[in-house]
Design a binder for this molecule. Sequence first.
Ligand code: 26V
Length: 833
Amino acid sequence: MAAKTDKTAGIGDIELLQAPSLPMTADAMLEDFTHYFGRMLGRQTIRTKSPFLYQAVVFAARDRLMERWAKTRNATESADRCRVAYLSLEFLMGRLLRNALLNLGIEDETSEALSRLGLDLEDVYEREQDTGLGNGGLGRLAACFLDSCATLRLPVIGYGIRYHYGMFHQRIENGYQVEEPDSWLREGFPWEIERIEYAQTVHFGGRSTVYTDASGKTRHAWVDTHDVLAIPFDIPIPGYKNDIVNTLRLWSASATDAFDLNQFNAGSYADAVASQNEAENITMVLYPNAETENGQELRLRQQYFLASASLQDQLRNRFEHHGPGFDDFADKHCFQLNDTHPAIAVAELMRLLMDEYSLEWDQAWEITSKSMAYTNHTLLPEALEMWPVAMFRRLLPRILDIIYEINARFIVEISQRWPGDNDRIQRMSLIMEGSEPMIRMAYLAIVGSFSVNGVAELHSKLLREGLFRDFYELWPEKFNNKTNGVTQRRWLAACNKGLAELITDKIGEDWVTELTQLEELTAYADDAEFRKDWRSVKLGNKVKLARAIQKKTGLEVNPGSLFDVQVKRIHEYKRQLLNVLHAVHLYDRIRRGDEVVPRTIIIGGKAAPGYEMAKSVIKCINNVARVINADPAMDGKLQLIFYPDYNVSAMEIICPAADLSEQISTAGKEASGTGNMKFMMNGAVTIGTLDGANVEIREAVGDENFFLFGLNVDEIKELRGQYDPRAIIDADEDFRRVINLLESGHFNRFESGTLNAVIQSIREPSDPWMTAADFRSFVDAQAAAAEAYTDVERWTRMSILNTASSGRFSTDRTMRDYNDEIWRLEPIELKTT
Ligand code: 26V
């Protein structure tokens, strides 16, 4: 390795940059695997179940990433160009090995190397635990973004939290969800590099004071704080066959020396050690999203911890490589806020610039408000984050000062634009007054950002017209849309090898980096031979899913039946209950002697542990499933499966196998959805409402290839106030029979009352999700889907056209949109040596 003398580093940096690249051959992989397994991990006997086998493969792959990583870092840091920090409390990465090998282009070589030892790479993949540092759509989106940014050569770094416990595991016991901790780090996590040299200090508590500096200026300081150390752990993010490796930097909390010492001096060694926990607790656990979790102080600590550590890291990096000065800071840095969770970064950057770097307010505000950009991910008003002012005062007194000052100046701006409009001031104020004054984080994010975006056309429109209307009137130019996507590398190339090969055989492999190429499949929808191959791939995937179901639940499902799938978080607005009503309706029809198209309904998802109604929905699904699956009359006609512990890896088996994709939320409630895109890409046909990105999916594929049902946003709005579910049920015989069955105790014998709350919610005129309103049109759309499915050739055509039309839903497109309209980054140029 060459040593290079560096102006700042002193003796010089040892660089991988000049070193000859490691060979990407099966021979070399085998040699390195053997080295790591035997010499580093100290193992001798190869046991397929052992985690060390997997770890040794990771180390061999990681070596190949390491040199590319160093080159990428060198190129991005030395170039005085704009870079983006993507701030997110969640990165739902899933497994990393398959994607790393795919993107490095050495999957075949690695497989070959292992096969020489009698090992199967697929088994090694299975040994990896999911990195489940997210709840659902928002966290997985962040992970897909990173893959696309690296592939597009965009200098984007992800900043998040290294939770000790990720998303809980779900077990089903007597139909109930039981949560188990996800100790994903227990066997070690071979992907991460601890970078203790970049640790940052984050303040909490204490008080805010004023002093006069040497030049006679009034300055603020935050004193008597309890400090916590933020230690970064880096994970490599390889682009697809382009030698780029970007970074996901996750912060872990640790006690500072001073933290212990104060206590130690106060007399108690044990207390001192115990109080380390208080610091380390900050990154202990990922919060599962639920309203009940809102307002938890530890969650606010997490948010501030992430914001502060990440901003300090960016400032450090800037000065290290480009020297002091802030003149062009906003041109060279952009912070994309993934929802309001990291929105406190607006106030923290102000604090750092003023208190630590002595900038004046106006200059600091100019920089802050030109470098922050905010993405909203929800339309549910109850999900909008607010924090009690009192909590801020206790935990982050200096930050509270700054938020008050931002608000005071903002209110002046409103009064200038709308003199005397006090209602408007109240509506728009960052502080919601009341017995317990609250800080509205979304408003802080909007005021402090130059860009505000929604995640699907409909969602962005509803933000402008509803939730953020006042702000849109004030700053229309800030608002924009960025329709979500998913990465086709994970969600087609890696998880559906059969389909990927079939597609590549026909149209070449360019779709892997340019998904709109899939359009070329349209022509083959009319090719009978191709349709046959398409069906055979789908059937193979269904067989594979059937095996997974059998393994997890003991139930045998028929791969010849229509696979009707709804997997996502369990939430009332997503209306898993509507799906259950349809299942009960089919059950009822079969019992009456009707012929139906054989169908397997698969539902999966986790309920937030504190969300009682969602947990009852899980119980309801399982109870209905138990009766249906035990009834001999249903044999070969209907099955209902609850797929336990749904996560990223489960989706990799599920989406390639789906025939029908359920996207059935109440119109106006689902911001975008991204599962809908994964299903579409893998050739499932959607049954859905006009909600979120469904609208754009239907537009892309054509209404004849999409099963639309339900009220639209305007109709929902109009119906509210006069909604009468009882009348709807009474007027519809099928519906009446379904409700009667549910209320008769048929699905909860010896468990009287367990389903009451759930059934009652459907009958409630105030039901915000208006499930009953869409029952009839849902059942009819399901009948149309079943009918279409019996026409095998027609269905296959629809399936192909769905894949062919999914080009727009790649995060490559989404990231290009962000880059063209918000970030304006130039692609990383690797130096060729
Ligand atoms: C809220 C909370 C509140 C309490 C503590 C933890 C926590 C975690 C997350 C959330 C908000 C989740 C919002 C969310 O996941 N939105 C989803 O974002 C997807 C990506 O844009 C989008 O496709 C889904 O439609 C949207 O529901």
